[in-house]
Write a protein that binds this ligand. Structure first.
Ligand code: G6P
Length: 590
């Protein structure tokens, strides 16, 4: 994972890099650092902790110079220590490198470099890159970086500066994202566009095996393999930099939860030609496989259900990290539907590439336009919900559901009816959110002692049980399990004891009476039953009322109080809901 951000221009790099890096903190936040070039030497400051903490203790933004790079880390190789934080330097302290990804052959390279006399100070795979560049024969920084890159195996996005090529920043991409921002007399390179959005809306996205050489005078793009110069088209970004601020809310997560009525509606605004192409692909392919991770997979489970109910189309849903083991079964009759907020999740990318190699077509839903999944798809629909910053996904989930319902209705030849229903759902969601806020906060207050919570649902409501449990685990660190209510008796019922909270996602639909019976079974064993329904019942110890709506749409509203519940539980436990421990938003390693 990790976030990287570099700058070449006329402004002081330190403060600019610090501000930009904070927008990448969702990618990892165990340690961070900034390196700059000034007055013939490199200046590197780094430390352990979140960016604000490290800035306080190490004053990392105080490094002088107008060329620099920065990094926010999610540890893979080497513990969370100040020495392992990036940037990393070579023996002469003349080269500084930041890296996102994993160098698979770093142990072999390290041994070779050690034999040649290089001395290492960290346990990271990244440090070998600085030494490998140092060990190259004479040439420009770009030439040395290119030669070194050719020896690296694995996934990497790299930024490099050196005292030998002052005011030059070299960026390389292989299987980890890299966006280049084109300003006036200033240029940027980052893991995504957020850090430079307030400086420029013009961006170029590097592809695997490409590099960029940034100076104050401009950017040169090159093919890493043969060194040829590439001409690449810039894309104009339409995200607003304001949308990446908290806008008065205490956390991004609550801001994003409250944005969902708008997210449901904005997701409906799709390019009609692309929507048609997507639906045509669904019709043309007998074998449809959804591939996704985390919250996006839960959205896919609802999407599969909606498609099946409305048009009879069946599909499978794969956890992306497991899909690789089935990808060989793909043929030209396979359509992969990749669902991903970031568009960069490594397991999804690996899966879709394997499927593509077998002749499959790729249709995707992503939030980040220009992301790798977007670029590698035959057709890609955008979620249009603006940047999602909190690590735990909320508005991207409801936007994904909105697009998936739209697809299902369009496939069934009822597009306009689908749009009308979804707008109605958005209205209900907006009406109910204030009430749910108060109710879930109160419920979370009574939960400070609980360490286990169970979420039950059936049919289209089962993925909501999974998502409710995932949200709670991610940010409150309370153990939670979501499961099909019917599965309870096959093991989990043994864990229910006096006062164990059980949340029943139980709208008054075709699943109602069976789910209620399962709830009663837990209550008989002492559980505290929390009913999430549009129909009150005396069995519920707590009742969260849902609005009445067509059966298929309950997931879109039922998930909202569950997100709020997780948020309030996290805040009450004094956790940072935006940056849960050990997690990162964009999982770009496998
Ligand atoms: C991480 C995030 C989750 C997200 C999952 C999939 O685990 O913390 O919030 O659901 O990755 O990410 P994607 O960007 O592919 O939707």
């Amino acid at each position: 994972m990790c976030g990287i951000f570099g700058y070449v221009g006329t402004k002081q790099a330190g403060p600019l890099l610090l501000e930009g890096l904070k927008k990448l903190e969702y990618r990892g936040y165990d340690s961070c650092g900034i390196g700059t070039f000034d007055d013939g030497q490199l200046h590197v400051r780094k430390g352990v902790g979140k960016i604000d903490e490290v800035e306080k203790t190490e004053k990392i933004s105080g490094v002088p110079g107008t060329t620099g790079l920065s990094h926010s880390r999610w540890a893979t190789h080497g513990g969370v220590t100040s020495t392992n934080a990036h940037p990393h330097t070579d023996c002469q302290k003349s080269i500084a490198v930041v890296h996102n990804g994993i160098i698979e052959n770093y142990q072999e390279l390290k041994k070779e470099l050690q034999t040649k006399g290089h001395r290492f100070t960290s346990q990271t795979d990244t440090e070998i890159i600085a030494h490998l560049i140092e060990s190259q024969a004479a040439g420009t920084l770009a030439e040395k970086v290119r030669a070194a890159t050719l020896q690296l195996h694995g996934s990497f996005a790299l930024l490099v500066i050196s005292t030998n090529d002052p005011h030059t920043l070299v960026a390389v991409r292989n299987e980890s994202p890299m966006a280049i921002g084109l300003g006036v007399n200033e240029f940027f390179a980052a893991s995504d566009v957020m850090p430079f959005l307030e400086h420029t809306k013009n961006a170029v996205f590097l592809e695997d095996g490409e590099m960029a050489v940034l100076t104050k005078a401009g950017v040169t793009f090159m093919d890493v393999k043969n060194g040829t110069i590439l001409s690449k088209l810039a894309k104009t970004l339409d995200w607003d930099s304001q949308s990446a601020t908290k806008m008065g809310h205490p956390h991004f997560m609550i801001k994003e939860i409250l944005e969902q009525p708008a997210a449901i509606k904005n997701a409906l605004v799709q390019d009609p030609e692309k929507l048609d192409r997507f639906v045509t692909l669904l019709k043309q392919h007998a074998d449809v496989k959804f591939v996704a991770c985390g919250t996006s997979r839960h959205a896919a489970l609802v999407g599969r259900y909606a498609m099946n109910q409305l048009s009879g189309k069946s599909a499978e849903v794969y956890i992306a990290s497991e899909f690789s083991y089935f990808a060989d079964q793909c043929t030209k009759d396979t359509l992969i539907v990749a669902v991903s907020q970031s568009g960069e999740t490594a397991d999804v990318l690996v899966g879709l590439r394997k499927a593509k190699a077998k002749g499959a077509k790729i249709a995707s839903l992503v939030n980040v336009a220009g992301s790798s999944i977007d670029r590698e798809s035959d057709v890609c629909l955008y979620l249009n919900c603006g940047p999602e910053i909190a690590v735990a996904s909320t508005k991207a989930f409801t936007a994904q559901l909105s697009v998936l319902y739209l697809l299902a209705y369009t496939l069934a030849g009822q597009k306009n009816a689908g749009i009308a229903h979804l707008k109605e759902v958005a209205r209900h969601a907006a009406d109910r959110l204030p009430k749910w806020q108060t109710q879930t906060q109160k419920l979370a207050e009574s939960w400070t002692q609980h360490e286990h919570v169970y979420f039950l649902g059936r049919g289209v409501n089962f993925p909501v049980a999974l998502e409710g449990a995932l949200k709670l685990k991610e940010i409150s660190y309370i153990h939670a399990e979501g499961m099909p209510a019917g599965e309870l008796k096959h093991g989990t019922l043994a864990l229910i004891e006096k006062n164990t909270p059980v949340i029943l996602i139980n709208p008054h639909d075709y699943t109602f009476s069976d789910t209620l019976s399962n709830g009663m079974e837990t209550k008989a064993r002492g559980a505290k039953l929390i009913g999430l329904s549009d129909s009150a019942n005396e069995a519920y110890d707590e009742y969260i009322a849902l609005p009445k709506m067509p059966e298929l749409f309950y997931p879109l509203v039922a998930v909202l109080p569950l997100q709020l519940l997780a948020y309030h539980a996290a805040v009450l436990r004094k956790n940072d809901p935006d940056r849960p421990r050990n997690l990162a938003k964009s999982v770009t390693v496998r």
